[in-house]
Design a protein around this ligand. Structure first.
Ligand SMILES: Nc1ncnc2c1ncn2[C@@H]1O[C@H](COP(=O)(O)OP(=O)(O)OP(=O)(O)O)[C@@H](O)[C@H]1O
Ligand SMILES: [Mg+2]
Length: 180
């Protein structure tokens, strides 16, 4: 993957697979670090599952496909002078936090977060998404829960609504002066 936004899309798919109803995607650029956090209220993981993710080639079944979403995101972070951490609790949810050196030569660009959010929102009508992007003291937020309230039953996937969401995200992120 050449863009971190594609890793974010991939990690958010795990939240969706875990039956989350709310997925929070936070991007923070501060003090020379880029932090990307994907949090959900899905089914969570047991300690045993968490151990297995730390060792992607561990498997109890020969037929189990080795998942690469988290290992790839971890590799991207470690390559760029950062790290990845996972917190999870069964029945509560999961948070994946990746940190990167903002100016590290091997850090992949954040890329098209508007495209990632557009895809997630459009393809998952039953799930709410909160996008929060912070650069130093400036912050931008888009919350599909508040949009739904205003829209009063009109689906977010309506083309006009999606166009508005894309424009709002584009403008909001631009206004932050992001270096990611
Ligand atoms: N947010 C989450 N909630 C619950 N379980 C999760 C979550 N994220 C990951 N997992 C568990 O960790 C496993 C490994 O995730 P990972 O993204 O690395 O691989 P995968 O999703 O199985 O495969 P791939 O991403 O390559 O399609 C998942 O199969 C799932 O069991
Ligand atoms: Mg995955």
């Amino acid at each position: 993957m050449r863009e971190l936004s594609l890793n974010v899309l991939d990690i958010a798919q795990n939240s969706i697979a875990a039956a989350a109803t709310l997925v929070t995607i936070e991007i923070e650029e501060a003090m020379g670090m880029l932090t990307i956090r994907i949090g959900d209220n899905g089914r969570g993981m047991t300690n045993e599952q968490l151990e297995q993710i730390r060792d992607p080639f561990y498997t109890t079944r020969k037929t189990r496909r080795v998942g690469m979403g988290i290992p790839l995101f971890r590799m991207a972070a470690e390559m760029a002078g950062g790290s990845l951490a996972i917190e999870s609790e069964v029945g509560v949810g999961t948070t994946v936090t990746a940190r990167f050196g903002l100016d590290h030569i091997d850090r992949m660009p954040l890329g098209d977060m508007v495209g990632t959010m557009d895809t997630l929102i459009r393809l998952n009508p039953g799930i709410d998404f909160l996008y929060r992007h912070t650069v130093d003291e400036r912050s931008f937020e888009l919350d599909t829960r508040s949009l739904r309230e205003v829209l009063d039953g009109v689906p977010l996937s309506e083309p006009d609504i999606m166009d508005w969401i894309d424009a709002n995200l584009t403008e909001g992120i631009q206004s932050l002066g992001s270096n990611a």
